[in-house]
Ligand binder design. Structure first.
Ligand SMILES: Nc1nc2c(ncn2[C@@H]2O[C@H](COP(=O)(O)OP(=O)(O)O)[C@@H](O)[C@H]2O)c(=O)[nH]1
Ligand SMILES: [Mg+2]
Ligand SMILES: [Zn+2]
Length: 335
């Protein structure tokens, strides 16, 4: 993928919102797209209240851009038409986009989530066994798109002791605390959930992680009302699976303008658009050493005089993180 293509889905790319030809109706209110159904969108008004099932005003549709016109996460101005319906009058410029080109050859970006403020990567100490290589890959993705990352270690109620009497979860995940907030929690018991809620306040958070770690359980704990609505919809349409394939923002009750979304699509983004030579910059542990190796084009894999490998040998850079870097740099498939 060329640099040009890359920048299109980059954090700094601003898509949309250029449309200004008609004055905004005085009664238009700010809102957030929380769900898309083809031409219809649920818009959550910023000031609370039930979502408005909305269509996009005619003039806006004529604007063709190289991305979805309206996507979940977009901030919009909406007029309330009564009866729970609304009209989207304006789409604000996107601050960030989590998306991908629909096909390698394609020009149109498929938006997984517009305006993610941060990402929460959820893992568990066991059930399923954590593959930290996957977490490291998620973190590179977040770093490369300048999306702040949080790490959630769910199922802390299932935590095992280590031979020295410590905790397995902490043994695996404490290493990340130098650069990322780590939340040890249990969707089952509620432990650690209040601290996580605080970190979500006022933000749009994309949640990703392997199957079975408790993403749905956590979102249901954060948004118990939504749990019922999503469940009811699955039953009504018989398409339960479908409800998790498209992004749905869930507003956390009792918190202003706070949304979480299960974003399974993140996994398919892989490391598209991260050239191997730039990978080292996306490991924050490496940053103090970059540019100080003997060879300016050091890959940090085998060269003598490599400051990164020295830092690993001294135990300053965690070995596990370095091993992930090396595997990703060599393009090794994930186990
Ligand atoms: N013991 C325990 N089980 C959990 C916890 N969170 C989720 N589970 C269970 O783990 C399984 C997978 O959870 P689910 O939310 O469907 O995971 P998802 O695939 O990431 O959405 C279910 O059987 C949940 O009941 C937790 O904190 N502790
Ligand atoms: Mg799930
Ligand atoms: Zn080096």
């Amino acid at each position: 993928m060329s640099r040009n293509e890359r920048s299109r889905s980059d954090a700094r790319t601003v898509a949309g919102g250029a449309e200004t030809s008609r004055p905004l109706p005085a009664e238009a209110r700010p809102g957030t797209i929380i769900r898309a159904y083809g031409k219809f969108f649920d818009v959550a008004p910023r000031d609370g209240g039930p979502p408005l099932l909305s269509t996009v005003r005619g003039g806006l549709k004529r604007e063709r851009r190289k991305t979805d016109l309206v996507a979940v996460g977009d901030r919009v101005m909406v007029t309330d038409l009564g009866g729970g319906e609304g009209q989207i009058e304006r789409v604000e410029p996107r601050v960030r986009t989590l998306g991908r080109l629909a096909r390698q050859t394609d020009d149109v970006e498929q938006v997984i989530l517009a305006n993610p403020d941060q990402a929460l990567f959820l893992f568990a100490p066991r059930e399923p066994t954590p593959h930290l290589r996957m977490l490291d890959r998620f973190l590179v993705l977040a770093e490369s798109r300048q999306i702040p990352a949080l790490i959630g270690v769910n199922k802390i109620d299932l935590d095992d002791p280590t031979p020295d009497g410590g905790s397995l979860a902490h043994a695996l995940f404490d290493v990340y605390e130098a650069h990322y907030p780590v939340f040890y929690l249990s969707a089952a018991t509620g432990e650690g959930v209040p601290a996580l809620r605080e970190a979500l306040a006022g933000k749009i958070t994309a949640v990703a992680g392997p199957s079975g770690v408790g993403k749905s359980s956590l979102l249901n704990r954060l948004d118990p009302e939504g749990a019922r609505a999503v469940g009811a919809l699955s039953v009504a349409t018989g398409k339960g699976r479908h409800t998790t394939s498209a992004t749905i923002l869930r507003r956390i009750p009792g918190m202003s303008d706070t949304y979480v979304a299960d974003t399974p699509g993140i996994r398919s983004l892989a490391l598209h658009g991260v050239p191997p030579v730039e990978l080292d910059a996306f490991f924050p542990e490496f940053r103090p050493y970059l540019g100080t190796c003997f060879y300016p084009d050091c890959t940090h894999l085998h060269e003598p005089g490599c400051a990164v490998q020295e830092a690993v040998a001294e135990g300053v850079i965690p070995r596990a993180r370095y091993d992930s870097y090396a595997a990703l740099r060599r393009g090794e498939p994930e186990e």
